[in-house]
Design a protein. Sequence first.
Length: 295
Amino acid sequence: MVTSTLNNDGILNSTLDTLSVESLGSGVSEVVVEDILTGSVSDIIVDDVGQQYEVGDAITFTSDSNDTDISTATGIVSVVGGGILQETGTLDDSSVTAENIILESGTDSGLVPFEIILEDGNLVQEDIIPDSSTKVFTLSSLNSTTDDIRVFRDNIQLNSTDAAGDTVWSVSGATLTFTTEPTAGIPHVIKGNVANKLLLNRTATDGLVAVDAGNNLLTDITQEENDTYTNSDLFVLEENTFATQNEATSIRKVQVTDGGNGYSKLPNLSITSLSGTGASILANTTDIGLSLIHI
């Protein structure tokens, strides 16, 4: 064998993958993947719907450590709760392939409510009280998944590392950890992002869970805006249609707003959410790992 033609480049190949060759002639030919092409994320698969998520929760794409020259993909949770299922008898028809009733292809806009914006944005911040013995503090109103955390000691910003590169403090979620116990009597202020919206403490609970804490107020005035979602969108049911809050806030669809580029392997995905837990989502592609072969 001296040459070959690829009828299907495949996807998600890796360099030096061995391809199967039909055993003809001497039967000693070997075809391997010499190189692969990088690509983008085409869509996102919801593997586990989770609960307590909201439309607009952001998706984080973490690339393989070898992918150093990429344009990062972006995405958001676009539908929670779900849509209207077809009746069982309808699905018995082999020509019906969609389980849910979807919008017509010409439906490409929606009504978006206005938000109430404060005149001047204020930094969300809180004080911690050092006692010269405590290294770990739990933040009550800040979280590193949604805030850019900064620490101020005696009104001077304290870097997370010192001049030698050693860690001074670190934060994971709502847990702030100092390498050395902060000194008692010296004020420490922890600051997050600018908040320019009226935020709720909570107006309702689901058992012991504050279901709307941290959300902002919306007006009943709406404006029509074009959406960027695909034409296979579901009819989105109102929250109170569902039997439980967990069902109403489970993820049904995640939208890729920018597929990015330069990925040699599928990125790992995570969801940044104020209260959502338990969901599992997977990236999909049509062009990552297209193969270039060598005989």
